[in-house]
Design a protein around this ligand. Structure first.
Ligand code: ATP
Length: 232
């Protein structure tokens, strides 16, 4: 049974339809990339899973339970977490205080503060620093660490490489192996298509709210992906 099973998902902002009849699944421990151009519907798709979208229809099942009408906090307690675009850290708090916020779901598991510091050792040294005074890459590590401390079963990552230097992006993605080994399923929303392809087992390409390509990430050439991405 898939961890997330989505059938015929439609999403709306008022009269505007952003997603059309999407079918999607992800298994336990699987990493799936969702790629697409600006405005294709990637963030809307994540919001629909997270429970923060006002208007949608279709069904979203999480571990066999219908969560289509559930809201963010109940989904967080069930083990769905988001690493949001732009990181959205609490700028007046230090690194450790930001990480601890992830623990508010009350979920127990292997991802403790110590486990996050082992994954990102630089954060241990910076733990008393305000997040406003650390680099963008380090802030992204805090955002990922905060999500992990909630001991998720499913982690949604929205554009984690946005605005970061290639070296920093490589460092962050290098840690994903360890996250995957811990059994967390990951949905990666990425504009960096090559990175998304490399880091995932399967990919879905969104084009104007519809999936234009789905399948194993190693089963497509960059040209095929590019055609699906731009609608050629
Ligand atoms: P980006 O890469 O730019 O973040 P995206 O693929 O995540 O884009 P979405 O942000 O999901 O795309 O947007 C999908 C469509 O829905 C776009 O046409 C966008 O303009 C529209 N949209 C998104 N949020 C809203 C909103 N709050 N109100 C109205 N329309 C919206």
């Amino acid at each position: 049974m898939p961890l997330i099973d989505i059938r015929k998902l439609n999403a709306f902002y008022g009269d505007f339809q952003a997603l059309f009849d999407l079918d999607f699944s992800i298994g336990s421990g699987e990493t799936v990339a969702v790629i697409g151009a600006n405005g294709a519907g990637k963030s809307t798709f994540l919001s629909a899973i997270l429970g923060s979208l006002a208007s949608k229809n279709g069904t979203v099942e999480f571990d066999g339970v219908d969560i289509t009408r559930e809201h963010v906090f109940s989904n967080a307690r069930a083990g769905i977490t988001l690493v949001p675009e732009g990181r959205r850290l609490f700028r007046s708090l230090n690194v450790e205080e930001n990480l601890q916020i992830g623990g508010m779901t009350g979920r127990e598991g292997a991802w403790t503060l110590d486990a996050v510091y082992s994954l990102f050792p630089v954060l241990r040294d910076l733990r008393r620093h305000p997040v406003s005074q650390i680099s963008g890459g380090q802030q992204q590590m805090v955002a990922i660490g905060r999500a992990l401390i909630s001991n998720p079963r499913l982690m949604l990552c929205d554009e984690i490489s946005l605005g970061l230097a290639p070296k920093v992006i490589r460092e962050i993605y290098a840690c994903f192996g360890q996250i995957r080994e811990s059994g967390v399923s990951i949905i990666l929303v990425e504009q960096d298509v090559a990175r998304a392809k490399d880091a995932s087992d399967r990919l879905y390409c969104l084009l104007e709210g519809r999936f234009s390509l789905t399948g194993r990430s190693d089963g497509f050439s960059m040209d095929e992906i590019s055609d699906a991405y731009f609608g050629m």
